[in-house]
Design a protein around this ligand. Sequence first.
Ligand SMILES: [Fe+2]
Length: 261
Amino acid sequence: MNFLNKKEKNLSKNFLNNGYIICKSESTNSLNFILKILNESIKNYLSTKKNINLNKVHEYIPIENLNDFRLKIIKDLNNNEMLRQNYFHIARNHLFTLAGNELMMQRNINLSIQYPNDPNSLLPVHSDVWSGDSPYEINLWLPLVNCYKTKSMYLLTQDKYRNLKKKINTKKNNSSSKIFKIISNDIKWISIKKGSFMIFNQSLPHGNVVNKEKETRWSMNCRFKSIFSPYVDKKIGEFFLPITTRAATEIGMNYKSPFKK
Ligand SMILES: [Fe+2]
């Protein structure tokens, strides 16, 4: 039995069947806010007043400074106390439908900057659950430029994952390079435009390869989960903070029995 409405049921079905959904941002204002603070941070780093085309940032900052640049931008973004709220509003209703309306959100939002032909910004095939995340978490992935082919990330969709389970059920088949070989014909390259977001099931294998396109990839990602779902390594307070606690939960958490001293 499931009392979700038709729209919610369809969204849930797509998410369960495919392992991801792609939708238009629910808030243009929130997306613009994030792009604005990002642009300010880049201009500050470069000591310029000119807006920089994110796709071409590799023409302005040499690759040897990329790590320093990335750390500076991540720090600037996460120091802005309105960042997380705006990030959440980009997909608020979709997150409520897929993970519940009392949510935990990661304390810090991650940022990926992937230059063309840079072999150092790789994320080999993995599932977040293999390294300490709870399978109850979902990941909101936000492209800040159009992402396609190797300028994007790949995901092994749910239908293909069923076959993989049979193939890697032995100890000698479990290194990431071996797993990638097994799945390389089955992976789905995510094609997504700036202005949309993706929510994906991070327990499915995913990753990226060297960006062979001519533009730099910019994307952000952040995990969400239901407050009352099980936790693994990522704990409340250190990693997750509650963002939509409801009144009944507050009453329950603060309740003191008049019969106990
Ligand atoms: Fe991941």
